[in-house]
Design a protein around this ligand. Structure first.
Ligand code: NAD
Length: 512
């Protein structure tokens, strides 16, 4: 294996002072066959060019798939504990590089340093957790119904897997996909979101430095509209894992179904946080602000609906708005900033259009609603933290994923009413309830239609060793995180060993 291991060199070229990052295919850093590139700019200050990246096309995808197919023949035979040692080393390297990678990430997608450090940490945690699976990946060994016969099931890798990732967790989400796929013996091609290729470049570079052999992980950067079809339609790709919007999920799901590819979809959310009359209000306020405005509201698990019982509604709304107004918006590289910019101009325009929609629907705009301009905001995509109150749950701002710092507060009469409002939505990712009543907490845990429920915590904050994903339009039933990820990247093979030296017939040879 050592001869297959390459040390990454010449991964970056320069045009003037600008860095040009390359694709990584078959252990080589290469330019796209199209000869085209695209720019990655800092959303907090668009004068800051983070880097220039390859705008790849079908030929690049094909080259990456060929490399991954060849590499699979060796990688699948490396014992899983040995594969895990490389991943363990990658996690250690990520610890060493954490601060640099967090700064790169804040520059390329805007979220504050505290959160980008958390994003890299999530990749580290996933690396250690999944490396542990290298010595487990358990399957059932069961008694046979026949004498002198042995029965067991083992996990087998799928082969070449394609990963398509979003921009909001640019290292954590790639790690949720690559680490389990690799420990299970698959080879991979990752296509990062066009807004955040640098964080995936940093991650893949680290995997290579840790000793992942050539061709086992390949990165091909570019636009989903051009690269999606070649990746999803390639006959040698056995599985596609997408995290992204529900609209793109529908395209990916339909395309993969035509060639029976495994397909994991982690999609949008419109996550409710319920605050009951008996809640610790201070805790709920603090959690609500973090859930709604962390990552500028651009989390799939963002708290985008706060459903508040009437006894505390007035008090909660008043204090929530007061605190939202005081949040410090700015460049995430400044340690005192509490909320960064929108990821790009189209997202800012979407946020502003939903603010207009909310007003035209009759919701009460109590704070924010405007783009921040001039001074430190002059060259970025900044929006004020925005709060709507008296929102009716049928309004578009309460039904559609905005993916920005825009929160809808909805009044409710009771826990039952709150749960009905929470569930009346196409999505089902995360949910939260603030209450001191254990009976109500357990009823909510049972009745909320969501893949995740938090009690006395906001809708964000998943840990890597439990299943992550949602119900309804949030996904197609697979889970990332925890052992569920290994389930997606392996296929079961049941094995029967008959050592009776005679033909034994299951279901037929039985005592009368
Ligand atoms: P997006 O759907 O626009 O893009 C996601 C990825 O899909 C990108 O890499 C993009 O290039 C690619 N893509 C775009 N068109 C494609 C096509 N036709 N074929 C194949 N690939 C294509 O999403 P985004 O804006 O990057 O991320 C935000 C969305 O992701 C939100 O809806 C958010 O809720 C969701 N998200 C979900 C989770 C989760 O785990 N459920 C986590 C994070 C983000």
């Amino acid at each position: 294996m050592a001869t297959d291991t390459i040390r990454a060199t010449e991964d970056i070229a320069h045009i003037g002072k600008s860095r040009v990052y390359k694709n990584f295919i078959d252990g080589e850093w290469v330019e796209a066959s199209t000869g085209e590139t695209f720019e990655n700019r800092n959303p907090a200050d668009t004068r800051d060019l983070v880097g220039i990246f390859q705008k790849s096309g079908k030929a690049d995808v094909d080259a990456a798939v060929d490399a991954a197919k060849r590499a699979f023949q060796k990688w699948r035979l490396v014992p899983a504990p040995r594969r895990a040692e490389i991943l363990y080393r990658a996690a250690e390297l990520l610890i060493e590089r954490k601060e640099d990678f967090a700064r790169d990430m804040t520059r390329e997608m805007g979220k504050i340093l505290k959160e980008t450090r958390g994003d890299v940490q999530e990749a580290i945690d996933t690396g250690f957790y999944m490396a542990g699976e290298g010595r487990r990946m358990c399957g059932p060994t069961v008694p046979s119904e026949l004498p002198n016969k042995f029965a067991m099931a083992v996990r087998q890798p799928l082969g070449v897997c394609a990963m398509i990732t979003p921009w909001n967790f640019p290292m954590a989400i790639p790690s949720w996909k690559l680490f389990p796929a690799l420990v299970a013996g698959n080879t991979c091609i990752i296509k990062p979101a066009q807004d955040t290729p640098l964080s995936v470049f940093n991650f893949v570079r680290t995997l290579s430095d840790a000793g992942v052999p050539r061709g086992v992980v390949n990165i091909v950067t570019g636009f989903g509209s051009k690269m999606g079809a070649p990746l999803m339609e390639h006959p040698e790709v056995r599985a596609v894992s997408l995290t992204g919007s529900t609209d793109v999920g529908r395209i990916v799901g339909e395309t993969c179904a035509r060639s029976f590819k495994h397909c994991s979809l982690e999609l949008g959310g419109k996550n409710p946080m319920i605050v009951l009359d008996d809640a610790n209000l201070e805790l709920a306020l603090e959690g609500g602000l973090w859930g709604a405005f962390g990552t500028t509201g651009q989390r799939c698990t963002a708290t985008s609906r706060i459903i508040v019982q009437k006894g505390v509604y007035g008090d909660f709304v008043h204090q929530f708005v007061e605190r939202a107004r005081r949040l410090k918006v700015g460049n995430g590289l400044d340690e005192t900033t509490e909320m960064g910019p929108a990821i790009n101009k189209p997202q800012l325009e979407t946020d502003l259009s939903y603010i207009e929609i909310g007003q035209s629907e009759g919701a009460r705009l109590l704070c924010g609603g405007h783009r921040l301009e001039g001074g430190e905001y002059a060259n970025g995509w900044f929006l004020e933290p925005t709060v709507f109150a008296d929102v009716n749950s049928r309004m578009r701002i309460a039904q559609e994923e905005i993916f920005g710092p825009v929160v809808s507060i909805i009044p409710c009469d009771s826990l039952e009413d709150a749960i009905a409002i929470a569930n009346n939505i196409q999505y089902g990712l995360s949910s939260a309830v603030y209450t001191r009543d254990v009976n109500k907490a357990f009823a909510a845990m049972r009745d909320l239609h969501a893949g995740i429920t938090y009690i006395n915590a906001p809708t964000i904050g998943a840990e890597v060793h439990l299943p992550f994903g949602g119900v309804k339009a949030t996904g197609n039933g697979h889970r990332e995180g925890g052992i569920g990820a290994i389930d997606f990247y392996t296929e079961w093979k049941s094995i029967y060993v008959d050592y009776s030296d005679r033909l034994q017939k299951a279901q037929i040879d039985r005592p009368e």
